[in-house]
Design a protein around this ligand. Structure first.
Ligand SMILES: N[C@@H](CCC(=O)N[C@@H](CS)C(=O)NCC(=O)O)C(=O)O
Length: 223
């Protein structure tokens, strides 16, 4: 029982790109952790434990500490895990280049990835939750957004492939993006791509072979 209480809790929904980043970092670290799944449109638990400061995911509970990232570019959650678990994912001499890369990953890659995955939502959102999911998306991105993304599938796949070009080029020369061990940006890119793959209706572009090999490595890499 004490062990369960000591465990870090990741509050998430399973296909959220930003949650997958933190989940894979926790797996990489090899620590026991607990995941609590929320329906994406219901954030009461997060609202409550953050004392009405945040409703997003991922949110972590670590004993009495609640950790969340209410910025677009600070990586508060990953930096917390990195410091606590001594993972070395943010070496000082790579901070500049990583911060440029994660901005690109979380805009260009994420923008195409989540639209393609969301366009398949009927395949992974429970029927009883589909109406609320659609409404949640349409309120954020406009009426008919998901139908439009489905119609524009080819275009979004092209955009995703194009956004992945620099990563393919980097991975032609090293096992991980910035060298021979994974850094934060590897987990960040992995999270966005796992979101893209979540519906199981897509695969990584064949024209990005180094990225495909890296993706297989990222699935299981341990510190
Ligand atoms: N910078 C944050 C971004 C988190 C984020 O955008 N989460 C999405 C889900 S993938 C979210 O909860 N957005 C608020 C909403 O959906 O209402 C982080 O890295 O944790």
């Amino acid at each position: 029982m004490a062990e369960i209480l000591d465990m870090i809790e990741l509050i998430q929904f399973p296909w959220s790109p930003f949650c997958i980043v933190q989940r894979r970092i926790l797996e990489f670290a090899g620590v026991k952790f607990k995941t609590t799944n929320l329906p994406p449109q219901t954030r009461d638990l997060v609202w409550k434990i953050t004392k009405q400061k945040y409703y997003g995911v991922p949110t972590l509970r670590d004993g009495t500490k609640i950790i969340f990232d209410d910025t677009d570019d600070q990586q508060i959650v990953a930096k917390y895990l990195d410091a606590k678990l001594k993972l070395g994912l943010f070496p000082a001499d790579r901070e500049g280049v990583q911060s440029l890369l994660w901005r690109h990953i979380e805009s260009e890659v994420e923008g195409a990835a989540f639209r393609l995955n969301d366009s398949q939502y009927r395949d992974f959102v429970k029927p009883a939750e589909q109406l609320q999911y659609l409404r949640f998306k349409e309120r954020k991105f406009g009426r008919g957004c998901i139908d439009q993304w489905r119609r524009d599938e080819k275009l979004w796949l092209q955009k995703l492939t194009a956004a992945l070009t620099p990563y393919e080029q980097m991975l032609a020369h090293s096992e991980f993006l910035l060298g021979e061990r994974p850094l934060f940006v590897d987990f960040d890119l992995f999270g966005m791509l796992e979101n893209f793959l979540f519906s199981e209706n897509y695969e990584l572009p064949k024209a990005r072979p180094h990225l495909r090999d890296w993706h297989a490595r990222m699935k299981t890499v341990r510190r």
